[in-house]
Design a protein around this ligand. Sequence first.
Ligand code: TTP
Ligand code: MG
Length: 503
Amino acid sequence: HSRPTAARSAGCRVIVHVDLDCFYAQVEMIRNPELRDKPLGVQQKFIVVTCNYEARKLGVKKLMPIKEAKEKCPQLILVNGEDLTPYREMSYKVTELLGEFCPLVERLGFDENFVDITEIVEKRLNQLQQSGCSRVSVSGHVYNNQAIDLRDTTHLRLVIGSQIAEELREAVYARLGLTGCAGVASNKLLSKLVSGTFKPNQQTVLLPESCPDLIRGLDHIQKVPGIGYKTSKRLETLGVRTVCDLQAFPSAVLEKELGVSVAQRLQKLSYGEDESPVTPSGPPQSFSDEDSFKKCSSEVEVKEKIEELLPSLLDRIHKDGRQPHTVRLTIRQFSSTEKWINRESRQCPIPPRLIPKFGKESSNLISPLVDILMKLFRKMIDVAQPFHLTLVSVCFSNLKDLPSSKKGSIGFYLKPMSSPSRPGKRVQEVEDVSQAEESVSWNQNCNRTGTTKTRKLSEEQKINIKQAGVPDLPLHSSPGAIDQEVFRELPEDIQKEILSGKT
Ligand code: TTP
Ligand code: MG
């Protein structure tokens, strides 16, 4: 149907990036208002994963070890944040609310969303031009304090965009009690980069003339959203460390090294160009949970870890209402050199006889699922040899609706918060939203301050990570695919069942 209008084509888009302030801490302050105005840290294992701005004023930082945080700020109050349920639920409420303004909302992790507001801007621009009124003023900051020229329609569009961004933030605050920052720019990359310029609870618009300053201000290439760990290491071997290096690097050589499409994408990013559309996220495409630890080195322990992960995962699937058809196991082996990229995974179809049990008889699923997951495990690890794992993750994907089900919609994630906080033992999980795999390249290596979320940690701290080690470019394969190697290893009856169920 409707073809993209001129305004929607990449050049004239207006994109808002919304990033909530100290997200987990804000959720905790809503759950317990007594915590407001007090320095608050959210604890996972021995790390403060985030803290409110009271605590930040007193020197506490995100990802600080508990010990150090307590030294810096003895009055720091800590709440356990290992059960992600309240954060996940609030996170979907925010996405849903933004979706009421505009259908093009893309989640990035739990506390960030891109909103493509081009169409709303166009409408307001038309109204403005028809009414002949030129009294428009910017909301929030202008990057670099650049002067606005309202005769320039690009400026005018972005100024209108800043007003809409303000309205989005106001709505999130009025309806959910959450504050956040926003960046307004002509593409996703720039909106994300500019949104954290003034924090907390502020917003910034980027006019095109200031783009070179913003992008060059990043210095190291790994701070560019979309350039992940692997890619940046690869680029470093070519002598490319800064954004300027990347801009100046001969395209032909880069194309030969990385392939034409990756090379071109990277070089465009280095100039702040990003044509990737805002892709509505919708309901999650997978459910996963993981646990990380210092050492797990026996089959019995691996089995225990998996058994611990399954019940809450099955509960989430039950609440969603759809049935998964693929299960995946991911492990991370300890390595002193390749600390962040040594994740490995295997997946296989879920035997058809088990599928109807999701939801209804979840407890009967644990033992057969553990068997399957242990087989996947043995595909990756030779258990006759010593091994040392630091992470185990289970993911259910390839979700299909029950014929009569109305669930699996994003609205389903917006029920009033229900689940009580359990004293969790888990630390992190990989984001579950659709396009999760694609989002990884954005999410893993960049936040507004441009620091790597977890890679700067000391050896001990590294246990607590967020999506680290997932490859950036290129994106990995589809979750529904059958791993032939694993398939051959499955017991014959399960193989037959899978084959019969596949037609
Ligand atoms: P961030 O947006 O990086 O941090 P934040 O929202 O807490 O603070 P800011 O005001 O600076 O935006 O991450 C969002 C949430 O993700 C954060 O509240 C806690 C969680 N988180 C992790 O679980 N692991 C991590 O490594 C980081 C950085 C955050
Ligand atoms: Mg945030």
